[in-house]
Ligand binder design. Sequence first.
Ligand code: V47
Length: 359
Amino acid sequence: MRNVMKQIREKVKNGQRLSDEDALRLFESFELLEIGELAAEVNRRKNSNKVYFNVNRHINYTNLCVNQCTFCAFAREEGDERGYTLDLDQIRAKVREALAAGATEIHSVGGLHPDLSFDFYLEMLRAIKAEAPALHIKAFTAVEIDYFTRISDKTLIDVVRDLKEAGLGSMPGGGAEILGQQVRDKICPEKISGERWLEITETVHNCGLRTNATMLFGHLETYSDRVEHLRLLRELQDRTGGFQSFIPLAFQPDNTRVPGAVGVSGVDALKTLAISRLYLDNFQHIKAYWVMLGLKIAQVALCFGVNDIDGTVVEEKIGHDAGADSPQVLSREQLITLIRNAGRQPVERDTLYREIREY
Ligand code: V47
């Protein structure tokens, strides 16, 4: 293993791309500190000592979903008394709250609702923009976008154009899970294929919107599945350059139906973040999403190649319904302290990574 690390260190030093084989060896390795140090060095070259955060608010407009992914504890079937759908007034009220808290971004995703028409989603975007014209709306995963084409009978390009005209500013990275079909067949058989997720994302990039990419890890995927996932993202990024950040999402197992899954260890989380930094040489930002990682691992991740810790969030359901024991909300001050106490420089950013203020 020492030899492997030496070879990989040489490659990284010479600016050479890591191969899939390299990434696999890193996943199999327990040289956590060496991997982390290398990732931190690469990150320092790319992003200096800065760690980005933003002031945002999540709005999950519905938890009703026609898909029943086994890893998801958030979705409800129609008729379930725990199901909900926000109306436009409720959404406006959350936007006003966000504005009052100094937010620059609304992050909005939901289930695949059985009845709402495509017009509802356009109305939702317009309502947010009318309430707060300066707020950036980062909304809808590729899975929702695909659903919109089906409920509206519009082409993908037309759907994206309509959403953009109504106020969509960018797309979050959800729905990617593990892109390989064998894993999807087990954990989300009704969801769009990995190939379709990539096709939609590529089209969205070509329509001029930036997106993020995620990877749901720590359920029943193998290390090879993770490497394939990273390769597909790296290849797409080579073609479009449209990804802003990569966000490994640590699987939360409570109330889910993934057999045998126990959640992600601290070592696995840190290794996965560090390897992402090393392998995804064409991604500028690697994000430690504190909701799924917990605050302590997210903070330590800042020493393992990570340069973004997401935002204030305010109201999170997807991770917490699945047992995440992180807080619901962090204040700007808490984020700043968390970053400072890792010896890094906090920088508030907007969704498109324009710097708002250094602290
Ligand atoms: O798509 C679902 C994942 C995603 C579980 O782009 C789960 O800035 C862990 O994509 N355990 C939604 N994860 C969250 C997401 C996201 C979050 C923060 C920032 C951004 C961004 C994107 O959460 C889903 C799915 O992949 N998820 N269930 C679970 N039990």
